[in-house]
Write a protein that binds this ligand. Structure first.
Ligand code: PLP
Length: 398
């Protein structure tokens, strides 16, 4: 079968081999601890489910406006004002998408094409680079350093921007490194952006999950000019444990929202009608549960960071947000396992799966092969047991 040539621009999802193997092992009865999931281990709070159920009962079973029901866009607008200090017009500056992922896909598709460049600090989440490539634009990966906490510096950005730069991606708190950019760091980056014609795609999906008093800052709040140059991407998956609901949104100036609306109108149309009512309940309802969740993530974060750093050959920069630890594993490259020498993050991932029965995600898919991502959106008990298994497996390497 001959596929459209655009498909050759989309590489197979790199985590697939690992996930398939982990599923096989589980099916055979092996007690695999999964640190691979990119989603909260908590259930969606009851009052949010009720919102969706009530919506269904009230007859919310029909098409809605492509960009979402007014009640949800108003709730998003109010929430952004309360939590980010940003005001967006619910009629013209908000679009509800089928998950945050559709926001990334649609925003890049309406803004960039062949000849454009998209600056992406690495390591970073798996969607930006492939989707930028799919549009025909050129992704420009900027390798960050551990010394700078996996964050891109303004100087690094200055070195890569040009007249071709259309978008600069910022994901803070970051998946997979957990880094959180400070106000000063973002201000320096904004200054570089403003010296070019570029826009910022600010993925703020982990904005409510931070530790050690770290605070999430949105570049859109710096000035009217920065607000006009920024697309704020957010959603419900991580904050409210709603990954399966497929609900996200973009905040941006009206002509961008209009273009995204046109594109979405030819693909999915609106996000699921009653899911949107759940979204209203999430944003309007109590956020008390979140403190408890973040406290639990934090306890696991401390255990996993301390544990990983105590294993010879592994080291991790302390994550300040999201729910991932991203240890460097390259020091164990070259060591001998039963199936051969470990050469890259995939080899390490497969070795730990087979011999520690722990599943992580190789860093290659996040733009840096020297690391493996471990999600601590799993019980503290699993974290502790997993660390001991990993310690034993790494200790057995030749
Ligand atoms: C999970 C995630 C998203 C969006 O996920 P959806 O489920 O599509 O809303 C966006 N960005 C990052 C960095 C993520 O980790």
């Amino acid at each position: 079968m001959r596929f459209a040539s655009r498909m050759s621009k989309l590489p197979p999802i790199p985590t697939l081999a690992m996930n398939t193997k982990a599923a096989e092992m589980k099916a055979q009865g092996v007690d695999v601890i999964s640190f691979a999931a990119g989603e909260p281990d908590f259930d969606t709070p009851e009052h949010i489910k009720e919102g969706a159920i009530q919506g269904l009962r009230d007859g919310a079973t029909k098409y809605t406006a492509v960009r979402g029901i007014p009640a949800l866009r108003e709730a998003i607008s109010d929430w952004a004002e309360e939590h980010k200090g940003l005001r967006y017009d619910p009629k013209t500056e908000v679009i509800v998408t089928v998950g945050g992922k559709q926001s990334v896909f649609n925003a890049l598709h309406v803004l960039v094409e062949e000849g454009d460049e998209v600056v992406i600090p690495a390591p970073i989440w798996v969607a930006y680079e492939p989707v930028a490539t799919l549009t025909g634009a050129k992704p420009v990966l900027v390798q960050t350093s551990e010394e700078n906490g996996h964050k891109m510096t303004a100087e690094q950005l200055r070195e890569v921007v040009s007249a071709r730069t259309k978008i600069v991606v910022i994901n803070s708190p970051c998946n997979p490194s957990g880094c959180v950019y400070s106000r000063e760091e973002l201000e320096a980056i904004a200054e570089v952006v403003l010296s070019t014609g570029a826009m910022v795609m600010s993925d703020e999906i982990y904005g409510k999950i931070t530790y050690d008093g770290e605070e999430h800052v949105s570049m859109a709040g710096f000035s009217d000019e920065m607000k006009a140059r920024t697309l704020v991407l957010d959603g419900f998956s991580k904050t409210y444990a709603m990954t399966g609901w497929r609900l996200g949104y973009t905040l941006a100036r009206p002509e961008i929202i209009e273009a995204m609306d046109t594109l979405q109108g030819q693909s999915t149309s609106n996000a699921t009608s009653f899911a949107q009512y759940g979204g209203v309940a999430a944003l309007r309802g109590s956020h008390e549960f979140l403190d408890g969740w973040v406290a639990q993530y934090d306890a696991r974060r401390k255990a996993i960071v301390e544990g990983l750093n105590s294993i010879e050959g592994l080291s991790v920069v302390n994550p300040k947000g999201a729910f991932y630890a991203f240890p460097r594993v390259s020091e164990i490259f070259g060591r001998q396992g039963p199936d051969g020498v470990l050469k890259n993050s995939m080899d390490v991932g497969l070795y730990l799966l087979e011999h520690a029965h722990c599943a992580g995600v190789p860093g290659a898919g996040f733009g840096n092969d020297n690391y493996v991502r471990f999600s601590y959106a799993t019980s503290l008990e699993n974290v502790k047991e997993g660390i001991e298994r990993i310690r034993a497996a790494v200790g057995q390497l030749g």
